[in-house]
Design a protein around this ligand. Structure first.
Ligand code: NDP
Length: 483
């Protein structure tokens, strides 16, 4: 199985290779087979990409926004037309089942391109009456934006960053995760085919150092990272040293609170989606499932029964519901957390082991009787491991849900809407759901508070993060100088 791209990087509208860069491989997580070999960007390649982006940006920013939008619309249509090829590529690179990638990855990327394509031409400023005089404001692009991606939703992350950046007149240099380097190159090809001028969307490959070089380069006006909290701290510090704008989409340990009056089947379904979709490799996952004691037994029974039916296996088979983890290292990390859960006295209700000897497969795993101080209730695992905690009282569960450094997401299941809003209102999280979980339509801003992030992606909020405001004072009379 091969998915070798023409070359490692995409710069100035064309594939670029520099064999002087450290070589690395992309492996199919279901078998460990090497599917592509690439080279990390050398300083020369990084410089080439930044130069190309800088050279292209001014002309792009000067175009009527409706024209920029038209190109992004074409890109969205091309992505939809090629959804199956893009989904197969994403499945090979990430190991996520085709059943998911067909509906959630390139499709969500196309939504972002379409949404921001339409948004571009609606951006206006304000006029501010000042008596005799007046002022007006303009929303202007930031210039050159760097995007740095994680490996769990590679093409979606690339689109969620590139679509608003390009729609509002910026250029972008994007570095995918070294584990999933392929689909950003496919996106670059599609944008070029759709008519995006050369140099506006460039892809450079490599490890953390390449991301660090982008985050500290003086030509870069803004850095948007999707990644872990430790990386976020480093990238934020590097960007801060250059007084650059940032968007930080980081990790979480989000609470999902299920009250005694909740519809149990819906709550079980949501808890499974919130822990097992993409083999649990989702930043906003509701990995601390607080279940009211009155329904704990019924909830766990249905949860175990439905989890036992999950079809785990070949990601390219459309009947498969759960694939492997992205890498052997991630699998080892997740198995380590499972062992920590067992050792801490949590009750293993389902799963808890690796599956097979080939590929990075781990069973969907459920722990019950989990306490707040256990490692599996405190740290982001990024694998299919659900921790079920009991609670009795609304005030108690709110306090416990908030007792974390993270604040990415939260969910509540109850039929009592007054309670739903009251509880959500007190949860310190950037993205919340009531009687739903992990739905992230492009129309809705997405992001975290506390250590989970800075800024928002998607929705109208993205405008704030990919533009800057200029105020212009208009003197309409004589200058009244006191001297
Ligand atoms: P990492 O933080 O390890 O890496 C993210 C990206 O940053 C990668 O491209 C990585 O390169 C790069 N990078 C690493 N070090 C530096 C540095 N010093 N300077 C600049 N760039 C650097 O995250 P993962 O890829 O392991 O992704 C998993 C994490 O992402 C989880 O914590 C998850 O919660 C979070 N995430 C957050 C989301 C959100 O929207 N809030 C969504 C999805 C994931 P490389 O790895 O190639 O070396």
């Amino acid at each position: 199985m091969r998915a070798q791209p023409q070359a490692s990087h995409f710069i100035g509208g064309a594939y670029v290779e520099d064999r002087g860069g450290e070589s690395f491989e992309s492996r199919y997580p279901a078998t460990g087979e090497v599917i592509a070999q690439l080279h990390a960007a050398t300083p020369k390649v990084i410089d080439h990409a930044l130069e190309a982006a800088q050279a292209a940006q001014a002309e792009w920013a000067a175009r009527p926004p409706v024209e920029r939008g038209r190109i992004l619309q074409r890109a969205a249509a091309l992505m939809r037309a090629r959804n199956r090829d893009l989904s197969e590529l994403e499945t090979l690179d990430t190991g996520k089942p085709l059943q998911e990638t067909l509906v959630a990855d390139a499709a969500s990327g196309a939504d972002a391109l379409e949404y921001f394509a339409g948004f571009a031409a609606t951006v206006t400023g304000q006029t501010i009456p000042l008596g005799r005089d007046m002022a007006y404001t303009q929303r202007l692009p930031l210039g050159l934006c760097a995007g740095i991606g994680a490996w769990n939703y590679p093409i979606q992350i690339a689109c969620w960053k590139a679509a608003p950046a390009l729609a509002f007149g910026n250029a972008m240099v994007f570095k995918p995760s070294e584990l999933t380097p392929l689909s950003a190159l496919a996106l670059a090809e599609i944008l070029t085919e759709a008519g995006l001028p050369d140099g506006l969307f460039n892809v450079v490959q490599g490890m953390g150092e390449v991301g660090a070089a982008l985050a500290s380069d003086r030509r870069v006006a803004k850095v948007s990272l999707t990644g872990s909290v430790p990386t976020g701290r480093k990238v934020y510090a590097a960007a801060g040293a250059g007084l650059k704008a940032v968007t930080m989409e980081l990790g979480g340990k989000s609470p999902l609170i299920i009250f005694e009056d909740a519809d149990i089947e819906n709550a079980v379904g949501a808890a499974m989606l919130a822990n097992f979709y993409s083999s649990g490799q989702i930043c906003s996952n509701g990995t601390r499932v607080f279940v009211h004691r009155a329904i704990k037994a019924a909830f766990l029974e249905r949860l175990a029964a439905r989890t036992s039916k999950i079809v785990l296996g070949d990601p390219l088979d459309e009947a498969t519901q759960m694939g492997p983890l992205v890498s052997a290292a991630q699998m080892e990390k997740v198995l380590g957390y499972i062992n920590a859960g067992k050792a801490s006295g949590a009750r293993l209700v389902y799963g808890g082991a690796r599956v097979g000897v080939q590929g990075n497969f781990v069973q969907p795993t459920i722990f019950a009787d989990v306490h707040d101080d256990m490692i599996i209730a405190r740290e982001e695992i990024f694998g299919p491991v659900m921790a079920v905690l009991d609670f009795e009282d609304e005030g108690e569960v709110i306090a416990r849900a908030n007792a974390t450094e993270y604040g990415l997401a939260a969910g509540v299941f109850t039929r009592d809407f007054a309670r739903a809003h009251r509880v959500i209102g007190q949860l310190r999280a950037g993205t919340c759901w009531i009687n739903a979980y992990n739905l992230t339509p492009v129309e809705m801003p997405f992001g975290g508070v506390k250590a989970s992030g800075v800024g928002r992606e998607n929705g109208h909020a993205a405008l704030e993060h990919y533009t800057q405001l200029k105020s212009v004072y208009l003197g309409l009379g004589d200058v009244e100088a006191p001297y």
